[in-house]
Design a protein. Sequence first.
Lengths: 208, 208, 208, 208, 208, 208
Amino acid sequence: MILPIFIASLLFSSSYAAVQDFCVADLNGPEGPAGYSCKKPAKVTVDDFVFSGLGAAGNTSNIIKAAVTPAFAAQFPGVNGLGISMARLDLATGGVIPMHTHPGASEVLVVVQGSICAGFISSANSVYFKSLKMGDIMVFPQGLLHFQINAGRSSALAYVSFSSPSPGLQILDYALFGNNLPSELIEQTTFLDDATVKKLKGVLGGSG
Amino acid sequence: MILPIFIASLLFSSSYAAVQDFCVADLNGPEGPAGYSCKKPAKVTVDDFVFSGLGAAGNTSNIIKAAVTPAFAAQFPGVNGLGISMARLDLATGGVIPMHTHPGASEVLVVVQGSICAGFISSANSVYFKSLKMGDIMVFPQGLLHFQINAGRSSALAYVSFSSPSPGLQILDYALFGNNLPSELIEQTTFLDDATVKKLKGVLGGSG
Amino acid sequence: MILPIFIASLLFSSSYAAVQDFCVADLNGPEGPAGYSCKKPAKVTVDDFVFSGLGAAGNTSNIIKAAVTPAFAAQFPGVNGLGISMARLDLATGGVIPMHTHPGASEVLVVVQGSICAGFISSANSVYFKSLKMGDIMVFPQGLLHFQINAGRSSALAYVSFSSPSPGLQILDYALFGNNLPSELIEQTTFLDDATVKKLKGVLGGSG
Amino acid sequence: MILPIFIASLLFSSSYAAVQDFCVADLNGPEGPAGYSCKKPAKVTVDDFVFSGLGAAGNTSNIIKAAVTPAFAAQFPGVNGLGISMARLDLATGGVIPMHTHPGASEVLVVVQGSICAGFISSANSVYFKSLKMGDIMVFPQGLLHFQINAGRSSALAYVSFSSPSPGLQILDYALFGNNLPSELIEQTTFLDDATVKKLKGVLGGSG
Amino acid sequence: MILPIFIASLLFSSSYAAVQDFCVADLNGPEGPAGYSCKKPAKVTVDDFVFSGLGAAGNTSNIIKAAVTPAFAAQFPGVNGLGISMARLDLATGGVIPMHTHPGASEVLVVVQGSICAGFISSANSVYFKSLKMGDIMVFPQGLLHFQINAGRSSALAYVSFSSPSPGLQILDYALFGNNLPSELIEQTTFLDDATVKKLKGVLGGSG
Amino acid sequence: MILPIFIASLLFSSSYAAVQDFCVADLNGPEGPAGYSCKKPAKVTVDDFVFSGLGAAGNTSNIIKAAVTPAFAAQFPGVNGLGISMARLDLATGGVIPMHTHPGASEVLVVVQGSICAGFISSANSVYFKSLKMGDIMVFPQGLLHFQINAGRSSALAYVSFSSPSPGLQILDYALFGNNLPSELIEQTTFLDDATVKKLKGVLGGSG
């Protein structure tokens, strides 16, 4: 029986060649435009490909009554380089995921519990929104403003997936009012009045 | 108030420029390597971006006690060109999604109900499998053999997402025994004996 | 002299093979996720690769005292499929290009006349802005909110280039207040009050 | 003669800019999703771009009477980042390259000696196979199960090229029976019976 | 036996989803930036994936004593969309493939008969060339000037593969002297003198 | 007011996830096929995204009366990974940017001052050239030979943008005559005579 010899020689070459099957993120290594450095294959275990952090509801005891729990490459190193990631959305009654974009990915959402009104606005300025019931899925094209609102009388839960391991997340209000962007620049570039800007900066912790 | 003039001129240009925000599949148009042709933007509605076909359980009254319901570009035209798609997995008690690959995408799975033993095998011939509980997610790198088995005593439900709108699906048994690939070629290339091949061809409807 | 024979045979094959050198957009053909269909190579002339539409200043007699003139694939078919496009920014004294994103491209800007205060906000909510003088260039990463303001006492002119032939353009105010997105949804997802929303809808032509 | 000054200044900038012409793999540096780190350009020589390892026949004194000799990025660092690689297939009389996939690349094969019966199975479960004679080429789309069998009475030799520097290689029998994947899981996911699985595990060195 | 029901339902969905496994070129359909339109899957046969046109030597009875026979998407429709293609190089004794580039692909060459001196020049202006013997392979990074010369006393044969189905081919002499590019422009942009330009235009059939 | 809690938790996750918004080049870190390593986000400032090196005219006191000043990733680290870069072209009266290619990018040029005759040659050996006036833009598809010549009686200035942060630059004369490529190889692969080659080697500093 000579087969094992053949197998051993193939094993040698394929184990080298297989390095690009996956690239579990080494969060401490150098990062490049395509993602994090890869953990050494010999140290990779099944636990690198499994993530339990979406198993518990996020804390919705806040003003938006909602929470986003990400499983991007930074939280779930197994997705690094694989063109995909996930997040969990919890919306208590009345909860809202405010207007936001993902600069680097398209998103698909599945409603697992409750009902959600979700929508996005296109570059051509068309508005697409609908009330989704349990089991419905909706896709949000890359980079466009979109939102999700609990449309029912009980908690809602959705899982969202992204076409990138690092989709980014830019929440409109937070981007405008939650940092040190000078009020004058905000007002000039959004047509919002000074009182509105100052009030929202107060709420969202912005300065300037 | 002169702003509307500004807006109107921008509208004109951006409506042209926005065509690539999305490309809802026109399943009757020519298809290219990057996907289906785009439906005319003027005919696109929110219903192109929403799909309800994953809302009902697949029929698991079959020998594998399981069902896969896809929401790929062919079923859900809104994902065409957006680098993402989904499917629903239903596993009755004892249900199995047999060994398979997706030639064109990585996959991430979230367990929504029950528990599932899932695993994959790498090019370097390492095996990664684990029993997943509700809320756990697992990623399967592109093109590798993988499987899902109901690991509990009740039905299990999972949603899977893919890093392509057309990930493809090659089920091992079906590819080997469910078509007209001559038995002799199967035997030569898999080391399976003739009786086994013939028996599985009988079960899976293969000829030759 | 036998060379022409060789050349003729190579010409034959290379003229076939060369089709992918470029793909000048046929705006009337089917469109796909990668862009417009290609004009037949035999009908392509140098004028497909040259565009004069950025040679004249845009009309800045409007409330923002500014104008954006695009040379995307829809206006400049020669860039289709080539991963690049341009636009011209004119800013009269006091002019502002309001907060906006390009969902599908990064942008680089060069100041050709005057001075411009430009900035963007990252997913990590950091603000990067600076006053640019003639000859300075600045890059805006894909999908992030950014703006440009005339920072001088005379007109300013900039050319911007994009990493896509169809970068898209989503102007924040226009997306929020210039369409039929219901005021209630805007208010819920932006924390803006009803009076502000209604006022801006009035200015920007929105309904609902 | 002032030209050298011009040249020198261009040299400076272009030598910096040229780094991305190629990225010869530094197999000891960190690896990322796009491939290996680059060797310093100053240390690169023509020998990084030339590989002689495919010049000798692989050892076919084994049960499959065949050998695969790869020139992937791990063996031939010059192809790193260039979207291409090669391998050599030797098939003694009666030799077989068993059913396998390349998870990360399409493949094109050219028969250089002898004749080879080659085929693949699509996601739609169609079978495409043909007997190839010397000089014929055949393409195998990414990720699909395929095989090659010596179809003649003498040795056969083929060169195969891949659309990735690290295509991966997953040999079906080896993936199923050459590791520690528990027999029970194999049986449940392939419909093979226990005796068949155990027998092949014995041959291929698998445990569990 | 209920399995066939399961299989039939999967067949339905996967046959739809599988369209992107391959996209055999329909040379008469519209072409886009990603390649040719796809032939209907039902009309695809194994002959679309096999090409015999490289089986015969090209005609080397010409001034360069060499021939290039392409198997790009235009000649070999099966490679459309698959990121790979091939060509055959025949070099009679003294034969030369003149200095050229492939604008859209990297290339890997394997010497099947004879010996070949091959080389390329990088953006950093380094020269890499070597005499290759039978079985040696060499890679040429995308877009760089390169050449192949018969380095032996008998005919040489090589197969080359490309990282694109439509790599393009720009032969330097042909680009400069084989068309209607005005001599004055050639002279200004190459520093060649008028007599040299005119002489080579005569040889290569150029005008202007 | 509980909102800040929500914001703080989102900040935490999004600051991790946002790493791929941009990847400012760390020129001292390891480089990979996708570009340079990323500078730590915490050390990034607005000055990484702004470059003033194109603000001054290049030195045109040389034999070509022209200068190219690049703002590629090596000079302007902010563009690393963003798919775009720029350069400045200065052409004194009579100035010429000689025949060259960018192996890794398409280019778009805008004339800011003076007039420029620009052109390129396709793989199909068609010539496309035109005299451009101020404000005209022209696109040059990836990898093709092209040139720019001052077409007026005064200085000309153009900005060019590229579809890659590291487009590369291969100047034909410099590649042929400005290094140690042996004259014999040049003559064999270009049909230029020995005297011409030796003369140009003298001018351009080549040896061999």
